[in-house]
Design a protein around this ligand. Structure first.
Ligand SMILES: C[S@@+](CC[C@H](N)C(=O)[O-])C[C@H]1O[C@@H](n2cnc3c(N)ncnc32)[C@H](O)[C@@H]1O
Length: 357
């Protein structure tokens, strides 16, 4: 790959001389490349190794992690020129403390390098998505080998048990006394596991289409008597008045038929029950999302995953940016007469819908 032959680069030797739009495109290219490098550093534990460490040469860093020095050196070139790490005159690299707080698996203020993994999860399906543009249809879950692994990590960033329970007065007390709880599209079941450990008198059930995710959920929950998981296509859910509390975490918009699923959830609730749905926050109209801080990410992840996996199941492809206006409409159609939408301070990505009959 030789950038020197790009006519844009040839005509403008300095990025600062480029017209602003073209300079912005170079910036986008650099940032997209940096996202890949951040993901690699995250997965290899390099940020965690650099946190609180004195400056290290590439050889020292490679030795500490059991990695190949040549690869570590090239990676350091990428993230240092991107302003993520620093290099001194002796060629030793360090991770500034203010950056270390957001990078790595153990990032003290929440891992933003974890989010960068989505680029690598989505990139391999680009050609399948292009085929879908031409022929229709969708890309199935099976085309995304690391989806459930990365989704579980994202859930760890956005899920806050206390903040979620705080949405409904008295809910924690009811869970302490003992109620029946369902998580629809539970993935690897991390949220349910946290609740089941905390509330031993309540009974918890998780449904998900993915046998692989359910197998992992069961392994992780071994020994918890009040928690069970079932592999189930939730379009076929037949529960009727069996649950006091139903959750969905980021699991409505990418279902084949969200209106049907919401009706199934409504039917599954007992008298006086409550449904709490966490889902991507946006407005429904594109024009209203121009100031949304994550809009290009949300639409792209929807195009390359959420919308297409729904279409692959013969669904309607609602999309991740279905938005609050559409959410209120579908929740009302499903029979929820009382719906509140909340935003929580720890979670810039999601809205929380608290719904009662
Ligand atoms: C975006 S993930 C969210 C997973 C989990 N709630 C979390 O927060 O980590 C959506 C989940 O819905 C599941 N799903 C998709 N279609 C489904 C269907 N028809 N029935 C049940 N689950 C489905 C997927 O397997 C996936 O685990």
């Amino acid at each position: 790959m030789c950038l020197a032959h790009s006519s844009v680069i040839e005509s403008f030797a300095e990025q600062s001389a480029l017209p602003p739009f073209a300079a912005g495109l170079i910036d986008t290219l650099n940032k997209a490349a940096t996202a890949m490098s951040l993901s690699i550093g995250h997965r290899l534990g390099i940020f965690d190794a650099m946190r609180d460490s004195p400056p290290l040469t590439p050889a020292q860093l490679a030795e500490r992690l059991g990695l190949q020095e040549r690869y570590v050196a090239e990676w350091l070139g990428a993230v240092t020129t991107a302003g993520i790490t620093a290099v001194d005159q002796e060629g030793r690299y360090s991770l500034p403390a203010e950056h270390a707080q957001f990078l790595g698996v153990d990032a003290p203020l929440g891992s933003m390098s974890s989010m960068m993994q989505w680029i690598g999860v989505l990139a391999p399906v680009e050609s399948e998505i292009i085929d879908c543009f031409r022929k229709g249809g969708g890309v199935p879950y099976s085309s995304y080998p690391r989806f459930h692994e990365v989704m579980e990590q994202e859930g760890a960033l956005t899920f806050d048990a206390d903040a979620t329970l705080g949405l409904v007065a008295g809910l924690a007390e009811r869970l302490e006394q003992g109620i029946d709880v369902l998580d629809v599209g539970c993935g690897r079941g991390r949220a349910l596991r946290i609740f089941a450990e905390r509330f031993p008198n309540s009974r918890f059930v998780g449904y998900d289409l993915s046998a692989e995710a359910i197998a992992r959920a069961r392994d992780n929950a071994a020994g918890l008597e009040n928690l069970r998981f079932e592999t189930l296509d939730c379009m076929q859910m037949r529960d009727e008045g069996d649950f006091d509390l139903v959750f969905t975490f980021d699991a409505i918009h990418d279902q084949p038929h969200p209106p049907l699923l919401l009706a199934n959830i409504r039917r599954a609730l007992r008298e006086g029950g409550v449904y709490i749905g966490q889902d991507i926050w946006a407005h429904t109209a594109v024009a209203d999302n121009r100031d949304h801080p994550l809009a290009p990410f949300v639409y792209t992840i929807s195009l390359m995953h959420c919308m297409t996996v729904s279409l692959a199941q013969g669904g309607i492809g609602l999309g991740a940016a279905w938005g609050q206006e559409k959410a209120f409409e579908l929740l009302s159609q499903a029979g929820f007469g009382n719906v509140e939408m909340h935003r929580l301070p720890h979670d810039m990505q999601n809205a929380y819908y608290v719904c009662r009959a």
